[in-house]
Write a protein that binds this ligand. Structure first.
Ligand code: PEP
Ligand code: MG
Length: 511
């Protein structure tokens, strides 16, 4: 059972000394996190980068320093300032902000620990089931999840940083259970079913037996699917389906055999831009793109140009305060509005293209002129590199189909290929945001309206003789595999963890 750590501290009574103590504690806490980032990779490192950015934000610390000037001790001032922020985040309308509350708790406790000299990180034994109100990223990272274990939370959010970490580490986690109350000591046994979102404390022997049987069946199914993950994907009635990978960061490919896929269907390049180190230069981008192409050993690799905005704000690049960022300056719209950032990315891509089979894809395209303008910029940068004698190639340019207008008129676009972004296509078609739990039932790619737009795009691709793939989360939802293949799709792109299960589901289609 997790409980908040409380540590004592004697205040100096001198505002200047208290302010210096808080400043030092914040600097130490930041250094601690930066050190931790050095030992981590990819998404996990990005999560902690977010905490560093928060600690470096004057707007967060200002309130505490003001209180110290008014005679409050450093620890009380910090706690009240952070508690006020945490309350604000917890009651935010936007799920994204509610989900970040646990990061603020983490920051609060880390700085308080530095002020009092105590270690506030709760210790979790490997293999344990953690029950509590919420769990901070630091606490999660302090445990060894390779030894099993699970998390049951009274509060929490499926889109929190801890939920992302739990998914990446394969730790079952259930959130939103409501108050965890039991009389006397905590339960000695809990069953956590991450698939069904159910937790049973102190189960009856029969419930336990049934759970263990289901667990064994799930483990056997996963093992069977894993065994087939290097095989090509083929339906029961003999249709070959290309299975590609979605890559959110290069680390996703570490220790992965390229034989598990037919190529890479989506590289989300946002990871390069989301760090606290500022916008990446051409050389940094070139090396990352080149390494992904080299990994693929000649198989096709589709890299998407920056898709900032919407639910992916990037400091210094995206527009703050848009009334509806999902309908604002995001994706290709932002790239065309900030051509200097776009040009640099296209140059890096042209240079990387000589190392494999590169395709470049534009996000959030709504009208053909966006593709045409992007193609002109790509041609200009390619010719400029050529004129300078720099090794480069001009990659084919395709579009994501994720705006209903593009799906309805797909054949009008001079695209070298189409890739359906079912996450956005679904939210824009159903007018149900992808990050609002209350409308999650409407945010359904299996809805006939969405499937009709997918089928129409496939038809446009066939008519124009260009490839159509689907790279949104629906590709990994095995309940939808038959419906998606019925639209005529022959290429699906999913995250590496979903490949085995998808191939097993494809094998059952048409049986
Ligand atoms: C999509 O919208 O389906 C997609 C793949 O893009 P993202 O999830 O990055 O917006
Ligand atoms: Mg999208």
């Amino acid at each position: 059972m997790l409980a908040a750590a409380v540590a004592g501290r004697t205040a100096s009574g001198q505002p200047a000394q208290e302010a210096a103590a808080l400043k030092a504690a914040i600097e130490d806490a930041t250094a601690e996190i930066v050190k931790l980032i050095g030992t981590l990779e990819g998404e996990v490192a990005d999560i902690l980068e977010f905490q560093v950015a928060m600690l470096e934000d004057d707007a967060l610390t200002e309130g505490a320093y003001d209180a110290i000037s008014a005679g409050i001790s450093a620890d009380h001032a910090w706690r009240s300032a952070l508690d006020a922020e945490i309350t604000g985040y917890r009651s935010a309308d936007d799920e994204y902000f509610r989900a970040r509350a646990a990061d603020l708790v983490d920051i609060r406790d880390r700085v308080l620990a530095r002020l009092s000299g105590a270690d506030a990180t709760a210790k979790i034994a490997g293999g344990a089931i953690v029950a509590g109100d919420d769990i901070s990223p630091s606490t999660f990272l302090a445990a060894d999840w390779t030894r099993g274990g699970a998390i049951a939370l009274a509060a929490g959010s499926p889109s929190s940083h801890v939920a992302m970490l739990a998914r990446a580490r394969g730790a079952p986690m259930v959130v939103g259970l409501g108050p965890l109350s039991w009389i006397g000591s905590p339960p000695s046994l809990a069953l956590v079913d991450g698939d069904a979102g159910i937790v049973v404390f102190d189960p009856e022997p029969e419930t336990r037996r049934l759970f263990e049987r289901r667990l064994a069946a799930a483990n056997a199914a996963q093992a069977a699917a894993d065994a087939g993950r290097l095989e090509p994907a083929c339906t029961a009635d003999g249709r070959q389906i290309a299975v590609l990978l979605n890559v959110a960061a290069p680390e996703d490919l570490a220790s992965l055999d390229p034989a598990i896929c037919d190529g890479i269907g989506l590289v989300r390049t946002e990871f390069l831009f989301e760090t606290s180190r500022g916008l990446p230069d051409e050389e940094t981008q070139y090396r990352v793109y080149r390494d992904i192409l080299v990994w693929a050993r000649g198989k096709p690799v589709t890299i998407r140009t920056l898709d900032a905005g919407g639910d992916k704000p990037i400091a210094g690049l995206t527009v703050d305060g848009e009334s509806n960022p999902f309908l604002g300056l995001r994706g290709i719209r932002l790239s065309l509005a900030r051509p200097e950032v776009f040009r640099m990315q296209l140059r890096a891509l042209c240079r990387a293209a000589v190392h494999g089979t590169l395709k470049v894809m534009l996000p959030m395209v709504a009208v053909p002129s966006e593709l045409d303008r992007a193609a002109e910029i790509l041609d200009t940068e390619f010719r400029d590199l050529q004129a300078k004698g720099i090794a480069c190639a001009r990659p084919p340019l395709g579009i994501m189909v994720e705006v209903p207008a593009a799906a309805l008129r797909a054949a009008d676009f001079a695209a070298a290929f189409y890739s359906i972004g079912s996450n956005d296509l679904t939210q824009y078609t159903m007018a149900a945001a992808r990050d609002i739990g209350a409308v999650a039932d409407l945010n359904d790619t299996g809805n006939l309206a969405v499937l009709a737009l997918i089928a129409g795009t496939v038809e446009a691709g066939q008519k124009r003789g260009v490839e159509v793939s689907l790279c949104g989360d629906a590709a990994a939802d095995t309940h939808l595999t038959a419906a998606l293949l019925a639209t005529g799709l022959t290429t699906l792109s999913v995250s590496p963890i979903a490949v085995a299960r998808l191939k097993a589901a494809i094998a059952k289609v048409g049986s």
